[in-house]
Design a protein around this ligand. Structure first.
Ligand code: SAM
Length: 236
């Protein structure tokens, strides 16, 4: 997957050069290209923003530099999607991340200041919000999308970090996890996880995932996928 990010703060993307995403980049599973659209500003002072028509506070991103940066992208080699980061967009979730992972290239537009000149929106295939709060810029949102989408790409997670049981993958929260030691300051790992009985462990995990989802996120349980065996589990 190729990610192309249009931003005026490319230095903010340093965290992508760490850990799992760093390895994914080195292995060629993802690439992240940062385009500073200030370079496309035509004015002497390379302005990318201006005061809003009609008055009001703050500055608005001008259309010309962003249009020029998008028009200067190399021809798409596969399925390209242009995403615009905005608190006015569709709320991002795990399912959307999975769908976006089917594209070959994601171009992510990061806003700043008071936001975009409205005409910039027509460049986007999708407008995305990462939550009901307002950030100072789209860079953190873009990194959230890159991280969450990358987890769905083949090869990005090693076996040890599989996403199959991740919270929300099947609409449920993940079951409780434990590692050594089996007894830490009197807090014991449930006996079943030490039993070596694989089928019983699977049943326990499924039951705990359902229980946890009902208790913490009852809203999710309305759309989670359950099977008839789940009802038997809950009756035990
Ligand atoms: N005045 C704008 C509005 O009410 O829609 C908000 C502008 S915000 C201060 C600056 C930029 O941060 C936005 O253009 C967007 O790129 C980014 N941003 C802020 N909150 C976001 C969110 N929840 N999700 C995605 N991007 C966000």
């Amino acid at each position: 997957m190729d990610f192309t990010v249009l931003t005026i703060f490319p230095e903010m993307f340093a965290p992508l050069r760490e850990s799992i995403l760093k390895r994914a980049g080195e292995a060629g599973h993802i690439s992240v290209r940062l385009v500073n659209f200030r370079e496309y500003a035509v004015s002497k002072h390379k302005n990318v923003d201006d005061v809003p028509f009609g008055g009001g506070s703050g500055m608005v991103l001008k259309p010309e530099p962003i249009y020029a940066a998008v028009r200067d992208l190399p021809p798409a080699e596969g399925r390209r999607k242009i995403l615009l980061m905005t608190p006015q967009g569709k709320l991002f979730n795990q399912e959307m991340g999975k769908k976006l992972a089917r594209a070959d290239e994601l171009v992510i537009l990061c806003g700043h200041y008071e936001g975009y000149d409205e005409r910039i929106r027509s460049l986007a295939d999708e407008e995305i919000s990462i939550g009901d709060y307002v950030l100072t810029g789209g860079e953190l949102a873009a990194m959230v999308i890159i991280d969450a989408v990358s987890r769905h790409l083949p090869g990005v997670l090693g076996k040890a970090d599989s996403s199959v049981d991740d919270s929300l993958t099947e609409g449920l929260l993940e079951y409780p996890q434990y590692t050594r030691p089996p007894d830490f300051e009197g807090m014991r790992v449930p006996d079943i996880l030490l039993s070596g009985h694989h089928a019983n462990i699977q049943r326990w995990r499924r039951k705990e995932a359902i229980r946890r989802t009902f208790l913490r996120r009852p809203d999710l349980s309305l759309t989670a996928k359950f099977c008839s065996a789940d009802y038997e589990l809950l009756e035990e």
